[in-house]
Design a binder for this molecule. Structure first.
Ligand code: CA
Length: 417
């Protein structure tokens, strides 16, 4: 009996230990690095210790392998549930509940205490093959009155598949979606299951930014460079799926009027800077060359003409260029790759040193990337939750200064004080 009690106690202890992990920093085994430009910040050697895949030189100092930084405020990371199935997108409702998509085609409402609601259906037939499925979610800025949720998803027809945007109304009791309607399709359809891009975020004017990908085929890759299609773009649409009236190519014959920027490979992270309102994006490169971009209208972000990666077989992409007139440089790039997914800015001062930093989920790298940004440049990089071994798919800012992160393995983390 005593043994059983002890066992129960031990099991309880181990459960507590795994579900709430205080984030003690690794012992600092390296000396700080001087950076006279920012004397108030303590910097370290770059966090990336492995050799790059390529020999490319950055276009400017600090474009890659920037100084390391370390969070000094004590914070904790808690797995509030591990009962999700391939969650892909997360956003926060005004009441603090979390709206999470599952790739196979369900919406889940999760309470901040970890209670997972039933699988909410109401979507058209989901094509969850490969990288497709029910993908991202954005809560209406007017949710308290309109109760609308916006989604990206991959749709299939006899012509192939496409990245699409839809919307539906969440019932007052948060148990059902009604009147799902597809409002936009980033045509053409293509017979493939990769590179749907597919983040969706509201800007400060109430328009939706939507990212797409190049559809992961040599047949479609160059679509990113032309304006007559929806592949490899950042799009800007109204909540009715119409092009935003101020879009840069709206009056250009032959151009898709929803296009905001182009030359993208596969943008899987979008976030609006809380102070400036700028749109920032994470973009998956090939081997080497994952990017952080500051997205501006009408600009060409270079894929597949320029980049800091190579083909998976080690051959150059195209002519193997990193710079070209008329094409934008990434603000920051990673080589070797991290496979950056969803991202969010930290908009609170609960953890003061995090305010206005960007946090990006790393799939391949299995950690969360924290970047400190000043004057549109990255000045410091930190890796969070490195010991968790999770593929971090998306992040969202909570209402009380906490971050939420979902992983492909089905976990939902709360990270904060
Ligand atoms: Ca680029």
């Amino acid at each position: 009996m005593k043994t059983r009690k002890f066992l129960l106690f031990a099991v309880l202890l181990s459960f507590m230990a795994t579900s709430c992990v205080p984030m003690f920093q690794d012992p600092i085994d390296e000396d700080p690095v001087e950076n006279p430009k920012y004397p108030e910040i303590v910097f370290y050697a770059p966090v990336e210790k492995n050799p790059p895949n390529t020999n490319f030189l950055p276009a400017f100092e600090g474009q890659t392998r920037i100084h390391g930084i370390r969070t000094t405020t004590n914070y904790s990371s808690t797995i509030i549930t591990n009962q999700l199935t391939q969650p892909w997108g997360i956003d926060v409702l005004p009441n603090g509940d979390l709206a999470i998509t599952e790739k196979s085609g369900s919406l889940r409402i999760v309470k901040p205490d970890g209670t997972v609601g039933p699988a909410i259906k109401g979507f058209p037939a989901i094509n969850a093959n490969g990288q497709g499925g029910l993908l991202d979610i954005a809560v209406s800025p007017n949710f308290e009155t309109d109760r609308m949720l916006y989604f990206t998803l991959s749709l299939r027809s006899s012509l192939g598949s496409v990245t699409a945007v839809g919307k539906a109304r969440l019932s007052e009791d948060q148990s059902a979606l009604s009147n799902f309607v597809v409002i936009y399709e980033a045509t053409p359809y293509f017979n493939g299951t990769g590179h749907y891009g597919s983040r969706i975020v509201f800007d400060k004017e109430g328009y939706l930014f939507v990212s797409t990908g190049d559809r992961q085929s040599l047949q479609t890759r160059n679509n990113a460079q032309t304006l007559d299609n929806g592949h490899g773009k950042v799009l800007r649409i109204t909540t009715e799926g119409q092009p935003a009236p101020s879009n840069p190519f709206i009056n250009q014959a032959g151009a898709h009027p929803a296009i905001y920027s182009y030359g993208h490979r596969n943008v899987q992270g979008l976030a609006i800077h809380p102070i400036t309102g700028e749109l920032w994006a994470s973009e998956m490169g090939p081997q080497g060359g994952d990017e952080l971009n500051l997205i501006e209208p009408a600009k060409n972000y270079g894929w597949p003409v320029i980049g800091y990666g190579e083909e998976y077989n080690g051959q150059p992409v195209g002519e193997g260029l990193t710079q070209k007139e008329g094409m934008e440089q990434p603000v920051y790039y990673w080589d070797p790759v991290i496979a950056p997914a969803g991202m969010t800015f930290y908009t609170s001062n609960v953890i003061p040193e995090w305010e206005n930093n960007v946090f990006i989920g790393g799939l391949r790298s299995r950690h969360i990337i924290r970047l400190m940004i000043k004057d549109q440049r990255v000045i410091g990089e930190e890796r969070l939750l490195e010991n968790e071994g999770q593929r971090f798919r998306d992040l969202a800012m909570g209402n009380n200064g906490e971050l939420y992160a979902i992983t492909d393995e089905g976990r939902l983390y709360r990270i904060g004080k």
